[in-house]
Every structure is written in structure tokens, then in C-alpha cells.
Design a protein around this ligand. Structure first.
Ligand SMILES: [Zn+2]
Length: 284
């Protein structure tokens, strides 16, 4: 059974942890590295014959249209990460709607393919923000991958289920494809990628995916393009933020190589048959 390989496509400076220290107005003046960074991941996936889902910021798509086209041409799924990495918790429903609408339209115009999936910046659909799920349905999205069933400061959807499932919302049906977790002593540990993949032993993510296989469900792994980029400029941010963002960058490419060698991966939408007309029936 293939797992899901997912990539949140953003620049190295567009992470939520930098937000208090770096105004969005400064973004255009910073060094862009996303094209080269995504190139590393595209090569890696091609060498292993793996497909992935790329959740792309509208902000990036507007400035790097050829990158979006290249991702689509390589056979990967193009999906939405919202416009400018604003967390759902910082948006009104109206702002969120405009962000997901504009991003979907921009990505579809570039690839000619429907955008079906969404992942919120920093998994920010938290308890009390479920209205975002209804807006996704109303805006034509078919699945979400934002409900991280963990209890963490600032994010996590502790009440969420650990495997792909259908959400029955007032606005309609939406598939939820949560990032992988590892259940230890009754607690869900985040084990889906990102900083957990770079900073903790490789065995954590491997154990989570093996556990998914035992439960006969696909696990969802995620990584950011900047996480293999050892040469990225270092931002002037507090110590703990530096550790979380820059720690382990040098071993990520090697670990990804190992992961792709050990497990089979594919993108989310074709896996669930969402791409065809009327494909809402069936899995998950
Ligand atoms: Zn992000």
C-alpha cells in the first residue's frame, strides 16, 4: 500500500515561526530559493519513481509560474496551501474564502487541472475554526489535510481521527487526510515529517508508517522545500526558532533518500480517485 508524500511549497522565510520577526512586506526583497529547492525534491522523487502532492502558496505561484507547471508536468498533484501563509486562526472567514479561492484559481490556470486538496499553513484548522472546512467544500475543494490529531501548543486537532476519513459538514462532504501520528501510551505523537523528521531519530517516522501499514491505511508524510537547503540565509530570530528551523537540515536529503527507498509513495488525489468526474463515492 503506498503512503502519501506531501510537500508544502513555500520560501525558506515564509514559515509561521518567523512571522513575528519578518513582515510580509519584506518578502519580495529576500532571496528566493524555492525553485532550486523544489528541484532537489523533484529529482529525488523521479529517481525513486514516486508521486507526491505539492501544496503550493498562491504567492509562490504568482511569482514562479513555471515551477507550478513543472510540478504538474512531472505527474505530481498540484494542491493549495492558501495565498500568503496566513494561518486560519488569523483570518476571518471572508479572508480565508478569498485566499483559498484565489489560490485555487491561480494554480488551475497554470496547470489546466482541477485543484482538489488544501493544507492550512501550520495545520491551523484548530478546534473552533471548523468553518474553514465548510468554506473549502463551498469553494470546490474535495479534501483537506490540515487536521493534525495531536495536542501541541498553537496547533493540533486533538479530537481528529488518525486515518483518512470523510467529514460530514453542513456544507457537504469533505475527505480529511491527516498527517501521520504514532500512538504511544495513549498519546498521539506527531510523526509525519517536517521538524520531527529532521530533529528526531529517523525511526520515529518509520515506526509511524509501519504502524499505518499494520492498520491498512496510508500514512501522510510532509516536508518543506527549504528543509534540505543547508545554504539558506540565516534569519535573525530567537534561539529556539533557529534550532527548529535550521537544525538537521544537513541530514534531511539523506533521510528522504532512505525513506523513499523503504516505502512506496504516491500523491493524495489519484490515490483516492478524486480526480475523475463524480469520484466522491468510494474511499476513504
Ligand atoms: Zn507552510
Amino acid at each position: 500500500m503506498p503512503h502519501h508524500f506531501t510537500i508544502d511549497v513555500e520560501e525558506h522565510f515564509q514559515v509561521s515561526a518567523f512571522e513575528p520577526h519578518l513582515a510580509r512586506e519584506r518578502w519580495d526583497g529576500l532571496e528566493s530559493r524555492v525553485v532550486a529547492n523544489v528541484g532537489v525534491l523533484l529529482d529525488l522523487l523521479a529517481r525513486h519513481g514516486a508521486r507526491a502532492t505539492f501544496f503550493i502558496l498562491g504567492w509562490v505561484a504568482e511569482r514562479r509560474p513555471d515551477l507550478v507547471k513543472a510540478i504538474g508536468r512531472a505527474g505530481h498533484e498540484v494542491a493549495s496551501h492558501g495565498w500568503d501563509h496566513k494561518r486560519v486562526t488569523q483570518q476571518t472567514p471572508e479572508e480565508f474564502r478569498l485566499s483559498v479561492r484565489k489560490t485555487k484559481a491561480a494554480l488551475e490556470a497554470l496547470t489546466g487541472m482541477p485543484v482538489l486538496g488544501f493544507r492550512a499553513p501550520s495545520f491551523s484548522i484548530v478546534a473552533g475554526r471548523e468553518w474553514a472546512l465548510d468554506i473549502l467544500v463551498e469553494e470546490g475543494y474535495r479534501y483537506d489535510s490540515s487536521l493534525f490529531p495531536v495536542r501541541r501548543p498553537g496547533y493540533g486537532y486533538a479530537a481528529g481521527r488518525r486515518e483518512p476519513h470523510w467529514l460530514e459538514r453542513p456544507a457537504g462532504r469533505l475527505a480529511e487526510v491527516p498527517p501521520a501520528t504514532l500512538r504511544v501510551a495513549g498519546v498521539n505523537l506527531p510523526a509525519a515529517g517536517g521538524a520531527y523528521f529532521r530533529l528526531f531519530p529517523y525511526a520515529l517516522v518509520r515506526a509511524a508508517l509501519r504502524d499505518c501499514e499494520r492498520r491498512r491505511v496510508p500514512g501522510t508524510f510532509y516536508i518543506h522545500p527549504w528543509e534540505t537547503d543547508v545554504g539558506q540565509p540565516r534569519m535573525d530570530v530567537p534561539w529556539l526558532t533557529r534550532v527548529r528551523h535550521y537544525g538537521g537540515l544537513g541530514r534531511t536529503a539523506r533521510r528522504l533518500e532512505r525513506l523513499l527507498g523503504e516505502f512506496r509513495f504516491t500523491s493524495i488525489a489519484p490515490d483516492f480517485g478524486f480526480s475523475g468526474a463524480g469520484a466522491a463515492a468510494g474511499a476513504p
